[in-house]
Design a protein around this ligand. Structure first.
Ligand SMILES: Nc1nc2c(ncn2[C@@H]2O[C@H](COP(=O)(O)OP(=O)(O)OP(=O)(O)O)[C@@H](O)[C@H]2O)c(=O)[nH]1
Length: 613
């Protein structure tokens, strides 16, 4: 079979650019593996498929290959074609990047597990693909499974995309059944790319990754003109120019090529060391005779969720800074700046695209850099408008304006889509109402599966919403949400005071109606977590100067020295020494000793979920 590894400037009419979109675990990676084998890109190794250990290695490497894009040769009616399969990140936090990857394609294979049916991410990705005007090829996977019900789900799929059930292809990514027909369908149904080969070069960056050896590798799709090695290129959003060290394609390993023409997908290496200089969504052009107008769509990644990250051991602060600097090389969306907390010491306020992004980052910092971290409760971003018209962008509850009159507060809202068996409708509605959700609509996908659409404050989703939803629907519900602007809301800042002194790490912005709940929950929890001291410790929750909840930790004893008045000085000292022993690993807030664990436990979101209801 002909391979296209060294061919450059393939005529656009022979190119097909497509992606595979699916809900998690519906078989995207497995299908991609089969396509690599079937097109001969990993032909030899495929013939040795029975050597399982070899396959394992191949699969492991396959993940890296597929995380980007791969060029596949495929023949239909005796004509060679070039297919570019482009991988999409696939999680809601990275929706912007998904939409960029989709923009590099003309078609999408919508893959659905024939034993599970449509899930929330199936729909979310489908809508994104439709917004990008992609040709959708509906496919049911895993038809080899005894529990597969392809007839039922072909009906569901046909219903949502508006085609006939017979048009839904059926494959088994595991056995390879139907995969050849699927590739034929890609060639026949996906439109060829269009662009002006003689115009100045314009290519869209749909992904960029940091490679320790090669620096930043940028994945592009050429729209107009051509990109050739050894020219200088320009990033249109910043005007920065770079020397092009290498241009190439991936099939399945990176291969340098003589350039990339209209419709082609490949990579660039410029020697820059930081992905922020090669941003997803940006347009690349030639420095000389470059394009005047960028392709539509570049957007700065905008952090949606903030959290403070603090080293458990204060002396690890420099390591934390270094680790964040390193992570940022590969994560253009990670945002951080130093902050100090009275309770937790020196740390960083970090902005993330969403909760998953936060978890991944925290996890990487702990595992890859061996750090032990406390993260403060995540919060969303609020815009507070004061009576005098001044606007404050609040990313940290401690920035909440006190003392000034607040005119209004804007909070971010999300469009939420929940898919579940219809028996759970009541449960889901109740949960969403408690989270200040407004029902936008409800659709039956089949007689027993329903999609509920809500508008819901992002601040309500980021805590424990998904966990609660899962547990109340016995794991059957799936959730997706996307940014949907802001809305005015009645929000207040609740402070927590120990012995009359505010503990900044525990302050939170909550809805007025939830303020008492939050206050009570925190004071109760802290009463359990903070050991008794030598004096009485009142724990209070307050909105401004108004106390809304109070608990008291009783003193162990009034005063250890009470009985030694006038007495022996050495005995006094001994008693004091003894007390000191127990004070290790404590943070002092005012006069109160708070164990490190109390911060972690009080701020842990999992716990707050359990205690909430
Ligand atoms: N029986 C059967 N199992 C399959 C088939 N395709 C995939 N699987 C299995 O389904 C599971 C998920 O497949 P993946 O290919 O990892 O799914 P994915 O959509 O890439 O999942 P993520 O990468 O986690 O999003 C794996 O255990 C596969 O072996 C199929 O056609 N038949």
């Amino acid at each position: 079979m002909t391979t296209f590894a060294d061919t450059t400037f393939t005529p656009p009419e022979l190119i097909r650019n497509f992606c595979i979109i699916a809900h998690i675990d519906h078989g995207k990676s497995t299908l991609a593996d089969r396509m690599l084998q079937l097109t001969g890109v990993v032909e030899e190794r495929a013939m040795r498929a029975q050597y399982l250990d070899r396959m394992d290695i191949e699969r492991e490497r396959g993940i890296t290959i597929k995380a980007q894009n791969v060029r596949l040769p495929w023949q239909v009616d005796g004509q060679d074609h070039v297919l570019h399969m482009i991988d999409t990140p696939g999680h809601v936090d990275f929706t912007y990047e998904v939409s960029r990857a989709l923009e590099a394609c003309e078609g999408a294979v919508l893959l659905v597990d024939a034993a599970q049916g449509i899930e929330a991410q199936t729909l979310a990705n489908l809508y994104l693909a439709l917004e990008n005007n992609l040709q959708i090829i509906p496919v049911l996977n895993k038809i080899d499974l005894p529990s597969a019900d392809p007839d039922k789900y072909a009906g569901e799929l046909a219903h949502i995309i508006g085609c006939e059930p017979e048009e839904v292809l059926r494959v088994s990514a595991k056995t390879g059944m139907g995969v050849g027909e699927l590739l034929d369908a890609v060639v026949k149904q996906v439109p060829a790319p269009q662009g002006d080969a003689d115009a100045p070069a314009r290519a869209m960056i749909f992904d960029s990754v940091y490679d320790t050896y090669r620096g930043v590798v940028t994945y592009i799709r050429v729209v107009d003109g051509k990109i050739t090695p050894r020219e200088r290129i320009k990033m249109m959003s910043t005007g920065a120019t770079h020397e092009l060290l290498e241009v190439g394609i991936i099939s399945p390993e990176p291969k340098a090529s003589k350039g990339l023409g209209v419709g082609e997908v490949g990579y660039l290496i410029t020697g820059v060391k930081d992905v922020r200089q090669s941003k997803v969504g940006d347009t690349v052009t030639s420095e000389r005779h470059g394009a005047k107008e960028a392709l539509a769509g570049y957007r700065e990644p905008k952090p949606m969720v903030y959290s403070g990250l603090y080293p458990v051991d204060g002396s690890d602060y420099p390591e934390l800074r270094e680790a964040l600097d390193k992570l940022q090389l590969n994560d253009a969306a990670l945002d951080y700046e130093p902050e100090t907390s009275v309770a937790l010491g020196f740390g960083f306020r970090c902005g993330f695209l969403g909760l998953l992004h936060l978890e991944i980052t925290r996890d990487r910092l702990e595992r890859e850099f061996g750090l032990d971290l406390i993260s403060t409760a995540p919060n969303v971003v609020y815009d507070v408008v004061l009576d005098d018209g001044k606007e404050i962008h609040v990313t940290n509850p401690s920035d909440w304006p006190t003392g000034s009159k607040i005119d209004k507060v804007l909070e971010p809202v999300s469009k939420v889509s929940i898919l579940a068996p219809s028996e759970f409708i009541g449960t889901i509605m109740e949960l969403c109402q408690n989270k200040r959700g407004q029902l936008l609509g409800m659709d039956y996908l089949s007689e027993d599966r329903v999609e509920l659409r809500y508008n819901m404050p992002l601040g309500e989703i980021i805590f424990d919403f998904f966990d609660t939803l899962k547990s109340r629907t016995r794991g059957y519900a799936s959730l997706d949400y996307e940014e949907a602007g802001t809305q005015a809301a009645d929000l207040v800042k609740v402070d927590i005071l120990l012995q009359g002194e505010g503990v900044d790490a525990f302050s939170a912005i909550v809805h007025k109606d939830d303020a008492y709940n939050y206050g009570n929950r925190m004071v109760n929890r802290l009463r359990e977590l903070i050991p008794r001291q030598n004096f009485e410790v009142p724990i209070q929750a307050a909105i401004g100067a108004r106390i809304i909840a109070r608990e008291t930790i009783r003193a162990i004893r009034k005063d250890v020295l009470a009985k030694c008045y006038g007495g022996d000085i050495s005995r006094k000292r001994k008693l004091l020494e003894k007390q000191k022993e127990g004070k290790k690993r404590m943070k002092t807030v005012g006069r109160v000793e708070v164990p490190q664990e109390a911060f972690v436990a009080a701020l842990s979101t999992e716990d707050s979920g359990k205690n909430k209801k």
